[in-house]
Design a binder for this molecule. Structure first.
Ligand code: NAD
Length: 401
C-alpha cells in the first residue's frame, strides 16, 4: 500500500492535527483533532490545565483500507464534532479516534493497552468518549485519565439519552415548521421509519411509542435487535429484518418505508446518497446518524426534492453537550439539568436554520456548515482572553508504539 498517497490526499482537507499510531509496521489507530480554536482552558482531574482540548468518541470499526479509515476519522472530527461544538456554542474543540476492529478481535486486552498509550501521548489534547464499538463498559477497561464518558458517581456516562433528547427537540421543531403537529407530544397521525435499534434507536422508538405514533417501520441489520424490538413492541411496529447491503438502506418493505412521514436515521452515515435520494418520499428527515450525507451535494439534492432535513450535527449534539458538562466540572460530575437546558435551546436554533433555509433557498445543512465555518474563522482572529490558542499549521505525526 502506498501510504504517502493517503497522506497527500489528507493535506487537501481541513483538520488541525493527525496522529497515526503504528505497531510492528501496521497502522492500528488514528486520532484526528478537527480544530481546537473554540476551546477555552479547563482544569482537569488532578488540577492539570488543559489549555486547548478536543472531545470525540473512540470508534471501533472494520475498514477496507487506510484511506477510508483516515477520511472517516477526519470527517467525524472536523465536519462532525468540531461543527457540532461550533453550532451550539460549546467552548471546546472537536476530535475523533478510530481503531481497527481486527486488531481488537485478535487481542482485546492488548488493544486497550495500545489505546491507552496512544491517548496518553497527546497529554490531554484529545479527550476520548463512547462511540460505536466502544460502549461505556469498554471505556471502563481503559486506564488513561483522558476519558470523558465513564460513569461518575451515580451518573452513567452514556450520552445516548441526551442525543435522543436533542433529536426529539429537533424533530418537534421540524414538525412545527412543516405544520404537521398541533401538539408536539401527540404523534398519533404520523408514521415514522427508524433505521437502527442500537443505543439511540431503541430510545427513539420508545419515545415514538410513548407519543402514540401511528406506525413505526424499524430496520436493523442485526436480527437479534429486531427480535428484541419484537419482544418489546409486538405488533405496534412493523419490522424490516433485511436491509440492502448495496445501499445500506431498507430493502424489505422499501416501498412502504419510503412513504412514512418522517425518517429517523440512527444507524450508519452516508445514508443520504446518490442512490437513496431519488427514491425518498419522506416529508422530513431527523435522526442521530453522523455524516448523514455521503457528499455535500446530497444535502442540496435532498432540499431540491423538498424533503426537509435540519442536517446531522445541528440535530445530534445532545450527547456532546452532556459529556461537556463533565469537563466543565473538572471531570468530577455530570450536570444533566444544565445539559438539558442547553439541548432544549436547539428548538430556536433549528427553527432559525429552517427559516433561513427557506429564505435563502439552500439546504439547512449547507447553512449550518457556513455558520460553523464562520464561527471558527472568527475565533481565529478573536482576542485571546477566553479562546486560548490556535494552530496555524497542520500537523501529521506518526507514532510507533
Ligand atoms: P449503535 O452501534 O448502538 O447502534 C447502531 C445500530 O444500527 C445497531 O443496532 C446496528 O445493528 C444498526 N445498523 C448498522 N448498520 C445498519 C444498516 N445499514 N441498516 C440498519 N441497521 C443498521 O450506535 P448508536 O450509538 O445508537 O449511534 C447510532 C448513530 O448515531 C451513529 O451514526 C452514531 O455515530 C450517531 N450518534 C450517536 C450518538 C450517541 O450518543 N450514541 C451521538 C451522536 C451521534
Amino acid at each position: 500500500m502506498n501510504f504517502s498517497k493517503e497522506l497527500s490526499v489528507l493535506l487537501e482537507k481541513e483538520f488541525e492535527e493527525f496522529h497515526i499510531f503504528k505497531k510492528k509496521g501496521k497502522i492500528r489507530a488514528a486520532i484526528c483533532i478537527g480544530s481546537t480554536v473554540l476551546s477555552k482552558s479547563f482544569l482537569f482531574n488532578k488540577g492539570q490545565l488543559l489549555s486547548n482540548t478536543a472531545i470525540g468518541g473512540i470508534r471501533r470499526k472494520k475498514y477496507p483500507n487506510y484511506e477510508t479509515m483516515l477520511e472517516d476519522v477526519r470527517r467525524l472530527a472536523y465536519e462532525g464534532m468540531t461543527f457540532k461544538a461550533a453550532f451550539i456554542g460549546l467552548k471546546v474543540g472537536g476530535a475523533k479516534m478510530v481503531f481497527r476492529n481486527d486488531i481488537y478481535d485478535e487481542n482485546p486486552e492488548e488493544c486497550y493497552e495500545f489505546i491507552d498509550r496512544a491517548i496518553n501521548k497527546l497529554n490531554g489534547l484529545y479527550l476520548g468518549a463512547e462511540d460505536i464499538g466502544m460502549p461505556e463498559e469498554n471505556l471502563e477497561c481503559l486506564k488513561t485519565p483522558y476519558i470523558l464518558g465513564r460513569s461518575c458517581g451515580e451518573m452513567s456516562g452514556d450520552p445516548a439519552p441526551f442525543t435522543v433528547r436533542s433529536v426529539f427537540v429537533s424533530l418537534e421543531t421540524l414538525l412545527k415548521f412543516l405544520n404537521l403537529v398541533s401538539d408536539p407530544k401527540d404523534f398519533s397521525h404520523l408514521t415514522f421509519a427508524v433505521q437502527g435499534f442500537g443505543s439511540v434507536g431503541n430510545l427513539a422508538v420508545a419515545e415514538l411509542v410513548k407519543r402514540g405514533a401511528k406506525k413505526i417501520f424499524l430496520s436493523d441489520k442485526d436480527r437479534n435487535k429486531i427480535a428484541k424490538a419484537q419482544d418489546l413492541y409486538g405488533n405496534k411496529i412493523k419490522l424490516c429484518i433485511a436491509y440492502d447491503p448495496e445501499t445500506d438502506y431498507f430493502s424489505e418493505d422499501m416501498e412502504i418505508c419510503q412513504k412514512a412521514d418522517i425518517f429517523i436515521p440512527c444507524a450508519v452515515g452516508f445514508i443520504i446518497n446518490s442512490r437513496t435520494t431519488p427514491c425518498l418520499q419522506f416529508k422530513g428527515i431527523c435522526g442521530s446518524a453522523n455524516n448523514l450525507f455521503a457528499v455535500d451535494d446530497d444535502a442540496a439534492k435532498l432540499h431540491q426534492r423538498k424533503i426537509v432535513c435540519p442536517g446531522d450535527f445541528p440535530v445530534n449534539n445532545g450527547g456532546l453537550v452532556y459529556t461537556f458538562t463533565l469537563l466543565e466540572n473538572r471531570g468530577t460530575k455530570y450536570d444533566p439539568a444544565a445539559a438539558e437546558e442547553m439541548i432544549d435551546k436547539n428548538f430556536g436554533r433549528i427553527y432559525d436554520l429552517l427559516e433561513k433555509s427557506r429564505a435563502e433557498k439552500k439546504a439547512p445543512q449547507q447553512i449550518a456548515v457556513e455558520m460553523a465555518e464562520r464561527k471558527l474563522a472568527e475565533a481565529k482572529i478573536a482576542p485571546k482572553e477566553e479562546i486560548y490558542d490556535f494552530r496555524d499549521e497542520q500537523i501529521i505525526k506518526i507514532h510507533n508504539l
